[in-house]
Design a protein around this ligand. Sequence first.
Ligand code: SF4
Ligand code: SF4
Length: 291
Amino acid sequence: MRYSTHDGPGIRTTVFFKGCPLACWWCHNPESQSFQPEVLYFAERCRHCGDCLAACPENAIEHADGAVRTTAACRRCGHCAEVCLAEARRMAGRRVTVAGLLAEIEKDVVFFDDSGGGVTLSGGEPLAQPEFAAALLAACRERRIHTVIETCGFVPLGTLLEAALAADAVLFDLKLVDAAKHRLHTGAPNAAILRNLAELAARHPAVSVRIPVVPGINDSEADVHQFAQYLAGIQTPVELLPYHHTGAAKYARLGRTYRLDATRQPAAADLARFADALARAGLTVTIGDAQ
Ligand code: SF4
Ligand code: SF4
């Protein structure tokens, strides 16, 4: 994604790595959770011509009741997207080389230089593909391109530290401190994540914590208290990112169910209370744009 202004300083080019060890209920990039390419289906664009059915070598597309559905027989070859002139079927995810990616990134260097920007490795979880991330970070450093890693922290500590030290800054997405709620809402435990953040913050000079504020999931008084207690011992800058259901439509395009249809963006007063509690723990807090 070019011209990003939310993933670190200046104007940035963000590289989304596909595949994540977490599956957060509020994820607004659900197409980045699976490590494999996936077919997105845009029902509103479909002309029901049937070209995709004819092109599919696996007979993995059904056309019934006015809808085109991809079945479990799909092998993610992408032929259906190639033949769909309406662009109602598109592939999310493609294999790239570091050299190919750099050729794209280098087109944006003029924007980085003018704005103090650079490249952000995001996802998904970029450190779930550590060799590629390391090679990309090294190539950017050789070219004096500023780099940021956005991570959920659920990776081996050695991988995290090695990559972080090869990057200029780290955005660490912390979802919940409560262990049971973290497991329920992300599908993974958080003990290693909390440990990793503490170790990372002690060793890297530019770590920021980002908390997605999701009403009813991580914004109760008890949750805020736990964040404040834990982060008081870390003392990194914190950014609160208000939940927004911008990613909801993507779940339908992937044939998945979105669990937070009834959840609304947090009220400004609730965000201010959250921020105040963290500030009282000695933390520098900002409230970012809705996520
Ligand atoms: S090829 Fe595209 S427009 Fe035609 S039926 Fe398939 S998805 Fe719809
Ligand atoms: S990606 Fe390939 S296998 Fe899957 S539905 Fe499309 S054509 Fe069929």
